[in-house]
Design a protein around this ligand. Structure first.
Ligand code: FES
Ligand SMILES: [Fe+2]
Length: 387
């Protein structure tokens, strides 16, 4: 984060603390509950947001070496990322040109090629089809047309985005433009040097957007989390800044007010705050103290009432030795426990109401500006009428 940004945020937070205020939007915003529970809305989201927008897939450290690969099915399109011998990244639809079997599973490293598990067609790391066993049976086809289908991918600031739609053309991502002014901030974080600790999946019975909503206000902290995060952070106090469809919210630890010297606060800003970035459309990027949590939210297949929450935790230093391992295991457990034990059980009850149309509308207060920005951005991105 640039020093000027920190200084501005410190001034805003000091003012909120002194006046017991929080960042406010212009007006209360309401959303029909069908946005969280209808099949039509989900289908629109799947066809637009999860196909035609850049989705954050992870950090560069997950594929450091040539031949490293990573598969990802969460968006509804099977994706394959491969680190090339020249160090660049390529992304493909993970489907064999023969009959569509996935040619790779999970993560790993391939020296030079992928072999399909069905009939052993073989592909180079750059997606070209190299070999067809019993090739005489396919004498009529043009092998060049049967390579893996590339999709747009960009790697910048130690982060990786893809657009799952091959029709977009591989040059389609201008990520600095997409970050809407956050590019320099992300550059300053030096995520290139981070390390992947672990990734975990949970599948709560809530709409995927409700999973994001839970991060986007501090209004509920004291009430829903009185024993866990509630005592650590100020309730109903946060900054709010929009960057195109993206958003930055800074929540404030109780320790913030104990530091009277601005220069010291500026130096230790992350010790006294937590940065919650919404990276449109489906990622919460939670940056705190000594680590980074990336929560990616996806609708479960064709079900608006269930989602996949994929949590990846990254650390600035590699985790080595038993005590470091235990420390980070505990951190990961804590991140999941708060959400699983406190947010999700209530969320699942709310979602059961949403399915039956209760209430008709949900309301985001002026003190919850990040929520209004998120839901407005979604509507705009999907071409829904302004309201
Ligand atoms: S589906 Fe891949 S070789 Fe047949
Ligand atoms: Fe919560």
């Amino acid at each position: 984060m640039q020093p000027e940004t920190r200084q501005q945020l410190i001034a805003q937070i000091r003012s909120h603390l002194a006046n017991e205020t929080t960042a406010m939007s212009d007006a209360v915003f309401t959303n029909p509950v069908t946005a969280y529970a209808s099949n039509e809305r989900l289908e629109l989201e799947r066809q637009t947001l999860f196909r035609n927008f850049p989705l954050l897939l992870g950090l560069s450290c997950q594929l450091p070496d040539p031949g490293d690969y990573l598969t990802d099915d969460y968006s509804g399109t099977p994706l394959l990322l491969v680190r090339q011998p020249d160090g660049t990244l390529a992304a493909f639809i993970n489907a064999c040109g023969h009959r569509g079997a996935p040619i790779a599973e999970g993560t790993g490293n391939k020296k030079s090629s992928f072999t399909c598990p069905y009939h052993a067609w073989t592909y180079a790391l750059d997606g070209q089809l190299l070999r067809i066993p019993g090739e005489a049976g396919f004498a009529d086809i043009n092998k060049h047309e049967y390579g893996l289908r590339p999709i747009p991918v960009v790697e910048k600031y130690g982060m990786i985005w893809v657009i799952p739609n091959p029709a977009k053309g591989v040059e389609a991502i201008d990520i600095d433009d997409y970050l809407g002014g956050l590019a320099q901030e992300y550059k300053s974080f030096s995520f290139e040097g981070y390390h992947h600790f672990a990734t975990r999946l949970i599948e709560p019975k809530i709409n995927w957007k409700m999973g994001i909503d839970g991060f986007l206000e501090t209004y509920h902290l004291r009430v829903l989390h009185p024993k866990t995060v509630g005592p650590l952070y100020h309730t109903n106090l946060a900054t709010s800044d929009a960057f195109g469809f993206n958003h930055r919210m800074v929540a404030v630890r109780k320790t913030f007010a104990e530091v009277s010297d601005d220069a010291e606060l500026e130096k230790d800003f992350l010790q006294h705050t937590i940065e919650l970035y919404t990276l449109f459309p489906n990622t919460m990027f939670v940056y705190q103290m000594d680590h980074l949590e990336v929560w990616r939210l996806f609708p479960s297949d064709n079900n608006p009432n269930q989602c996949k929450m994929v949590l990846s935790m990254y650390t600035p230093e590699p985790v080595s030795g038993d005590s470091a391992q235990r420390h980070w295991d505990n951190n990961l457990r804590l991140a999941l426990d708060t959400v699983e034990a406190e947010d999700l059980p209530l969320g699942e009850k709310m979602q059961r109401g949403y399915r039956r149309g209760n209430p008709k509308e949900v309301t985001y207060g002026r003190n919850e500006p990040a929520l209004a920005h998120f839901h407005r951005s979604l509507e705009q991105a999907m071409g829904l009428p302004d309201r």
